[in-house]
Design a protein around this ligand. Structure first.
Ligand SMILES: N=C(N)NCCC[C@H](NC(=O)CCC(=O)O)C(=O)O
Length: 446
């Protein structure tokens, strides 16, 4: 049986903007109100998808969400025509309005947690959309994320779709950003590492004091239960509360794994030694490469600034692993020096490829934030909606679609323009045809 890891990247939406919405995410706050370029952002993302496909990887795309979210604004009491809803929300409550305009669904590492069929009790691939309760603008995503995932993985025999966890901070869930699957082979049962920031029901346990811990242990456990994971196949580790307080708002800002490699900063985890020991034991006899980056080579601040750990580690068809890193890593002396050394250390990681994803980085989203990993065998891959897989033709179509519909620049005032809403809906309606998704958006269901 053949086995693949398919990266499903989020297509950047037509309202990509910088609104400073994510307290605890340093880049988001630092770039609040900067002018964005939705067209450039979408193209940077598409180029990364095409490059991975050209490397011989299977690459997919997930559609963005409808923004401005008129339905959410109506739910909050803004009424009248769509133009009137936009105008009154922008005037009366700038923060609510900006939250309802965010294109944050582009970071599909936060779309869902995915467990491959080799790990689950019923032998299907399981998906649970993340509820993203900690940030209002992100909590608007799970319902439509569920629609998009169901339209992309539309086959009950192979794919199981769960409802997102209850919308409450006790079950705060940020999806694959806090979940790493380690395995010897994608098609063999692996160990799923869930990383949480706090215990929801036990305030006596350690937790950050300055910035929020978005993910709870109880949410991780609920997802593991829903997916039918076995106790031997799961490890829970707590993220070091000190690094959350320094701006590490998701585990994928300080650790990343692929197959038998876990690449992490020495300050990433609380009770690190016990957790890694459990991981090693559950992983079994085959070698597990634990690549720990010491603080005296790369500081936590440099890791956050450059997103050294928000890189993608992928296995090329040759069997070698390569790192997909943002150009920000190349521009930082300490991080570049570390990466130059890493490829000589005799680990499975043999090369580094740099990509310019600065439009996303300015909101705190690196290469790994932009993708949701789905490990599949050939039968499962055959059951995926083929229009969502990237090849030369689909890449060309999507580029043309971006050229036709996206603005070059977007500033805050543009978001209240009713014409932008019309442009976005027209673009998304056409996209659902391009990707053969059916009616996934509220505006298509009215
Ligand atoms: N690490 C992963 N997997 N994802 C990164 C998500 C970045 C996102 N930024 C934002 O939502 C900022 C939006 C703004 O400020 O306009 C967030 O904080 O949730």
């Amino acid at each position: 049986m053949k086995q693949f890891e398919v990266n499903f990247d989020g297509l950047v939406g037509p309202t990509h903007n910088y609104a400073g919405l994510s307290f605890g995410n340093v880049a988001s706050l630092n770039n609040a109100n900067a002018v964005s370029s939705p067209k450039q952002a979408a193209k940077q993302g598409l180029l990364k998808m095409k490059a991975l496909s050209d490397m011989g990887m299977m690459q997919g795309v997930l559609a963005p969400q409808e923004r401005p979210d008129i339905a959410a604004l109506r739910r909050l009491g803004f009424s009248g025509s769509d133009a009137r809803v936009l105008e009154s929300a922008a005037k009366q409550s700038r923060e609510i309005f900006l939250a309802c305009c965010s294109a944050s669904s582009m970071w599909t590492a936060n779309a869902a947690t995915v467990s491959p069929s080799a790990d689950t009790a019923d032998g299907r691939v399981h998906f649970t959309p993340a509820n993203l309760t900690n940030k209002f603008h992100r909590s608007l995503e799970p319902q439509v994320t569920g629609n998009i995932l169901k339209a992309t993985f539309a086959n009950e025999k192979h794919f199981a779709h769960h409802l997102h966890l209850p919308d409450n901070e006790h079950f705060g869930d940020e999806g694959a950003a806090n979940h790493t699957r380690l395995c010897s082979d994608y098609s063999h049962a692996g160990v799923e590492l869930f990383v949480y920031g706090r215990h929801a029901f036990d305030p006596s346990k350690p937790a950050p004091t300055k910035f929020p811990a978005r993910q709870t242990l109880e949410a991780c456990q609920a997802v593991a239960r829903l997916h039918g994971l076995s106790e031997e196949g799961v490890v829970y580790m707590q993220q070091n509360p000190d690094v959350i307080d320094q701006g590490v708002f998701h585990n994928d800002v300080i650790a990343v794994g692929n197959q038998n490699v876990l690449f992490y900063h020495d300050q990433a985890f609380y009770k690190k030694d016990a957790g890694l020991k459990e991981l090693q034991t559950k992983f079994g006899d085959s070698p597990l490469h634990l690549i720990e980056v010491p603080t005296d080579e790369v500081s936590v601040q440099d890791a956050i600034k450059t997103y050294l750990f928000n890189t993608q580690i992928i296995t090329l068809p040759s069997g070698d692993m390569t790192i997909i890193a943002p150009t920000d890593c190349e521009e930082n002396d300490a991080v570049k020096r570390y990466l130059d050394k890493l490829v000589t250390l005799g680990t499975p990681i043999k090369s580094v490829n740099y990509f310019d994803v600065k439009q996303s980085m300015r909101n705190g989203g690196g290469p790994a934030c932009l993708r949701l990993r789905v490990a599949m065998n050939d039968q499962e891959l055959d059951a995926v909606n083929p229009s969502t897989l990237i090849n030369d033709m689909q890449f060309a179509r999507l580029n043309k679609w971006v050229d036709k519909h996206y603005r070059d620049v977007l500033a805050e005032d543009d978001l209240r323009d009713p014409q932008l809403l019309i442009e976005s809906r027209t673009a998304l309606d056409e996209l659902t045809q391009l990707l053969k998704l059916g009616s996934v958006y509220p505006f298509q269901q009215d």
